[in-house]
Write a protein that binds this ligand. Structure first.
Ligand code: HEM
Length: 458
């Protein structure tokens, strides 16, 4: 049985490429080695990257007990803690998933629609005609407020404000290249005083913990059975032995949802706004679809719009925010296409490379929402939210939020990109984001036609 090809470059070189330029590095490896290759990074075990739909199918449909993923997420431990769903495996992982999934689906999710629209309007209200602004911070503010208010049930007040600020700082740090690199060089995480990077990170986490624990204690002290938010639900949850979650477990899970849920969605909306305004024909079709809606806008009608759905799908195809899934560490030998992998192999379903396959997506570098109207892709060809027992628990919620935020913004503002320079995909922590997207408000929707012609002239 053959072994997957591997680059001959040094493991440190590979690690630097992975940190600094992950997508070009993956493109180069795929061009050179094909559908399956193994890369050693620093002193870590080799990662085996897979992108062929048949290989993805084998992994996503295999018995989940064949893989561990939680221990492969060690990089997140210092931020999220030992009890985070992302760090768990086996039964404990399954139990946490069952607890966390329902609030992100169905009726419970739909109830957040109006709030998402309202938060979007409040945040974008600051936009001034003619003044360029960076898109990402605004989208981050929207997605953070959404998760804090809708999902955690935090109401206006000092704690909400402080958490918004501190979580923003935490993410700026963990998503910077330096912050990401510190995970591989533990000396950089040490506390050499309040001004050292490690020291600042530790103090920041302490401040966030204080806020989260204060909220947990308040809610324990004043239980309100009418509340349906996640924190209330987790507080009343009991395991098979009748035990409730400890404060530490609650803290880790809340922080996980905050971190996993808001950065990713903000990046996806930023990319979508970029593509919509980069390509006049996309914008034109989308506005025509939105203009066909009758106010007052109903969130579920917006969520079902076919072209808006295709734009969001293509946004998550071309540069998937999470560009690899969690690792699948084999616990027993497994055959994947022509390869036989032994136990303790670190398999990586590579979302980015799977979405760039010329045989599945002709001209993969082209942003073309119509692909998603012309055919249906299998969950092994298109999987921006991963798959199987580790599939993103916030997938439906994230798509719902993306669509509502985009529809709200586009139906109220005429926007144009501030420059004609193409946005570059760069690493932001464990995600891929555009390097910079700046926009200008050209007016309200009454001047929309003018805005469109400005974009077309670029
Ligand atoms: C556009 C936005 C998002 C993208 C692209 C995204 C993508 C992903 C991906 C690729 C995975 C790994 C799945 C796998 O290994 O098979 C994942 C896991 C996860 N996501 Fe998301 N996500 C998004 C939004 C959210 C939101 C809104 C939440 C919750 C508030 C969330 C919570 C999680 C959690 C808790 C996991 C771990 C699941 C597990 O290990 O069982 N994500 N996400």
């Amino acid at each position: 049985m053959k072994a997957p090809p591997s680059p001959q470059t040094s493991t440190l070189w590979n690690l630097m490429q992975w940190i600094i330029r992950p997508l070009p590095f993956l493109d180069e490896c795929a061009k050179r080695y094909g559908d399956c290759f193994a890369i050693p990074f620093g002193n870590l075990p080799k990662l085996v990257f897979l992108s062929h739909p048949q290989a993805i199918e084998t992994i996503f449909t295999a018995n989940p007990n064949l893989f561990d993923s939680g221990r492969g997420n060690w990089i997140l431990r210092s931020t999220l803690g030992d009890h985070s769903i992302l760090l768990l495996d086996g039964e404990r992982h399954q139990r946490q998933r069952q607890l966390l999934l329902p609030p992100f689906h169905g009726e419970r999710m739909r109830a957040y629609g109006q709030l998402i629209v309202q938060i979007t309007e409040e945040v974008t209200h600051q936009w001034q005609v003619g003044q360029p602004f960076a898109v990402r911070p605004h989208m981050q503010e929207i997605s953070l407020q959404t998760i804090l208010q809708a999902v955690f049930g935090l109401r206006e007040g000092d704690r909400l404000q402080q958490l918004t600020q501190e979580i923003g700082t935490l993410l700026d740090y963990t998503t910077s290249r330096f912050g990401f690199a510190t995970a591989f060089f533990p000396v950089l995480q040490q506390d050499f005083g309040a001004w050292s990077p490690g020291g600042r990170f530790i103090r920041l986490k302490e401040r966030i913990d204080q806020l989260l624990y204060a909220e947990i204690h308040d809610r324990r002290a004043h239980p309100d059975p009418s509340r349906t938010d996640i924190l209330s639900m987790l507080l009343s949850a009991k395991d098979a032995e009748g035990q409730s979650m400890t404060d530490q477990e609650l803290r880790d899970e809340l922080l996980t949802l905050l971190v996993a849920g808001h950065e990713t969605t903000a990046t996806a909306i930023t990319w979508a706004l970029y593509w919509i305004h980069r390509l006049p024909s996309v914008k034109e079709k989308l506005l025509a679809e939105l203009d066909g809606l009758q106010p007052p806008f109903d969130p579920m009608t917006i969520a079902r719009l076919p072209y808006l759905n295709a734009v969001c799908s293509e946004t998550l195809r071309i540069y998937p925010v999470g560009f690899i899934t969690e690792l699948r560490i084999t616990k027993a030998p497994i055959r994947v296409m022509d390869y036989e992998f032994g136990a303790e192999t670190y398999l990586v379903p590579c979302i980015y490379l799977a979405h760039q396959r010329e045989d599945v997506y002709p001209n993969p570098q082209q942003f073309k929402p119509e692909r998603f109207l012309e055919r249906q892709f299998s969950p092994f060809e298109y999987f921006p939210f991963g798959g199987s027992h580790r599939r993103c628990i916030g997938a439906a919620f994230a798509l719902f939020e993306m669509k509502l935020v985009l529809a709200t913004i586009l139906s109220q503002y005429g926007l144009t990109l501030a420059t004609s320079r193409p946005a570059r995909p760069i690493r932001r922590g464990v995600t891929i984001a555009p390097d910079r997207v700046q926009m200008i408000v050209t007016g309200d929707r009454s001047t929309q036609k003018q805005a469109l012609s400005t974009v077309m002239r670029q």
